[in-house]
Design a protein. Structure first.
Length: 273
């Protein structure tokens, strides 16, 4: 019997597992390996698509599938295939067009399950490719025929993000979709009912684990659904106010080996299951 038998930890990546310098600390990596050796299930649930989450995957070697697309998919990194997905209705293009016309400065990308199309360029999209290493595949959003996972709008200007959200929520079809601000410069359209909490629920079902032995760790608005779905939701100290308010606990910051702290706090029975 291991110390963490049956416990499932799901962490966010940027701002949580990753430090501010975009690295994963030795302390976190060692604690994760210890947790897995002692019977725990460790993985992440991210807004990223699987094809640009492999840096994290290879760094921490999750021993179960990971959640992706802000909850729209669960992916087996070892088998390199999805075990569950939720596809976007194609009439999402009506909402994209509304933003395109009303917020001309915002960038647009269409995320498929195996690649990303950049439909409208701006400085944020250039920066996104620089960080993720994605190729500059272009396609007008009206011409996309493959299944869509999510839509991302991006701008370094706060007024553009605010205008994007306002435009989307005012659209006549707004109630048929979900929206989330995933980073300071990014705003997303997701299929109705999709958030990180849904991915966690699908992962719990897939693994057959006890929902009462689940822990979610994150830092931003898109992690709140994951907090609600887990038995214990933990915000890092650098988290935004909304995430802290939604969490059951607040731990140390992402620059202070937050994942390791949570693992050792579980061992010390700080959190009850």
């Amino acid at each position: 019997m291991g110390k963490f038998d049956g416990v499932l930890i799901c962490t966010d990546l940027d701002g949580t597992l990753y430090r501010s310098d975009k690295t994963i600390s030795k302390e976190n990596k060692e604690a994760i390996e210890y947790f897995k050796r002692e019977g725990g299930y460790f993985t992440f649930i991210t807004g990223r698509m699987p094809y640009y989450a492999y840096d994290a995957y290879n760094a921490v070697n999750p021993n179960v599938p990971f959640g992706c697309i802000n909850g729209g998919g669960v992916y087996d990194g070892e088998a390199k295939k999805y075990v569950w997905t939720c596809e976007m209705p194609f009439d999402v293009c009506d909402l994209i067009e509304s933003v395109d016309k009303n917020v001309p400065g915002v960038g647009i990308q269409v995320c498929l399950f195996d690649k990303t199309y950049f439909s409208k360029e701006n400085e944020t999209m250039v920066g996104f490719r620089a960080v993720t290493g994605l190729p500059n595949l272009t396609c007008n959003y009206r011409d996309v025929k493959e299944p869509i996972g999510k839509i991302i709008f991006g701008s370094y200007l706060e007024e553009d993000i605010i205008a994007t959200e306002r435009t989307l929520r005012a659209h006549p079809r707004a109630s048929d979709f979900d929206f989330i601000r995933s980073e300071k410069t990014l705003f997303e359209i997701l299929p109705k009912g999709v958030d990180k909490g849904l991915a966690l629920a699908k992962l719990i079902e897939y693994l057959g684990v006890d929902p009462k032995k689940t822990v979610a760790i994150g830092d931003y608005n898109n992690d709140i659904g994951m907090f609600k779905a887990a038995a214990v939701g933990i915000a890092v100290a650098n988290a935004c106010r909304d995430a802290k308010d939604a969490a059951d606990f607040v731990t140390v910051s992402n620059d202070e080996h937050a994942i390791a702290r949570v693992i050792y706090d579980i061992e010390d029975r700080k959190y009850s299951f």
